[in-house]
Design a protein around this ligand. Structure first.
Ligand code: NAD
Ligand code: MG
Length: 343
């Protein structure tokens, strides 16, 4: 029996994880936490708000499924890595922000980190077959694929929240519309697989059937395909190295299309690469500024194009100096949030 602590239980990933856990006789939910409300039937297990690492200390799970949204997921990510507890990681923001510190903690703790993000789950599975030479992440392109900057100037939060292939929480849905999500994922892939940025590519693939592709040095490439359904990577991360049955239907092959991303219009992807290449706490600052700008867009305080403008401006105001401790990283996040100019 695998004992699971689920953080972010009321969210999009959290609710699908509960479905996966309930369907498997080998998975047991031993603790759950959320930021606000409780899910019916989970009340005895669920902590609302409060200290997530205290909950993990009490629960002593075999696996932490971190499905909290944003930088708030950092403490449980670090707790699992330091303690050698398997981390099933949906909360990409913590790995983007903490990168080097997280890998040090993983090394010290001696546990493992299994990605839940669909592209990274795909790449993780492909990478079982050899040392990756280059990685290809697919992007749906979001609801605004093909739009010009002029057209994007007036789009509303409701339009940005209408994602064509994935049904997700609001923050990641806006990140998918700006391509910040793919930017965060490039940085996430860099830390998960130790591949330099110039060997991580992004390709737009509107139907989200191919999730990732790994090229090997002998000229072979292995891709991972499946219908866009997060229960598959959630189940994989919770049952690895086994595979459990899911209700997802077998894939029927169809025509697959791929296009280069428009990084001039969708600046957030280019800015993520820049932040990743500069290293230090630039990825942390990119993530922090994006969280603030997305919240302001959702609140109707800034326009869609202002998200990238605000993040670019904030990145120009921070030092990006590497963090040598968690306290320094939290400080870098704080400084970057304050550097975002929202009218
Ligand atoms: P969501 O907004 O639907 O849910 C977020 C959850 O986190 C909620 O349960 C919320 O209560 C909880 N939460 C927020 N702040 C918290 C705090 N301080 N303490 C405890 N709990 C807190 O988000 P989501 O779409 O499920 O995404 C969760 C994470 O998974 C994000 O990092 C996202 O990027 C990643 N992810 C999501 C998907 C998806 O399909 N939804 C796919 C890939 C990766
Ligand atoms: Mg993803």
């Amino acid at each position: 029996m695998t004992r699971i602590a689920l953080l972010g239980a009321t969210g999009s990933i959290g609710r699908q994880a509960i479905e996966v856990i309930e369907a498997s006789p080998n998975l047991e939910l031993v603790a759950a936490a959320s930021g606000s409300s409780v899910i019916d039937g989970l009340a005895p297990l669920t902590q609302v708000g409060g200290d997530l690492t205290e909950l993990l200390e009490r629960a002593q799970p075999d696996v932490v499924l971190n499905a909290v949204v944003g930088f708030a997921g950092l403490a449980p990510t670090m707790w699992a890595l330091e303690n050698g507890v398997t981390l099933a990681l949906a909360n990409k923001e913590s790995l983007v922000a903490a990168g080097a510190l997280a890998l040090d903690a993983l090394e010290r703790g001696g546990g493992s980190m299994i990605p839940v993000d669909s592209e990274h789950s795909a790449l993780f599975q492909c990478a079982q077959l050899g040392e990756p030479e280059t990685l290809v992440l697919t992007a749906s392109g979001g609801p605004f694929r093909g739009k010009t900057r002029e057209q994007l100037a007036s789009v509303t939060p409701a339009e940005a929240l209408a994602h064509p292939t994935w049904n997700m929480g609001p923050k990641i849905t806006i990140d998918s519309a700006t391509l910040a999500n793919k930017g965060l994922e490039v940085i996430e892939a860099h830390f998960l697989f130790g591949v330099p940025y110039d060997r991580i590519e992004v390709v737009v693939h509107p139907t989200s059937i191919v999730h990732g592709l790994v090229r090997f040095r002998d000229g072979a490439s292995i891709a991972h395909l499946g219908y866009p359904d997060m229960r598959v990577p959630i189940s994989y991360a919770l049952t690895y190295p086994e595979r459990a049955a899911t209700p997802v239907p077998p894939l029927q092959l169809t025509t697959l299309e791929f296009f280069p991303p428009d990084v001039d219009t969708f600046r957030m992807l280019a800015l993520a690469r820049e932040a990743g290449e500069r290293g230090g706490t630039y990825p942390c600052a990119y993530n922090a500024a994006n969280e603030v700008a997305v919240a302001a867009f959702l609140a109707g305080r800034i326009g869609f194009l202002d998200i990238a403008a605000a993040v670019e401006d904030a990145l120009g105001r921070v030092s990006g100096a590497p963090a040598t401790s968690l306290a320094e990283l939290v400080e870098a996040d704080h400084v970057a949030r304050n550097a975002v100019a929202i009218p």
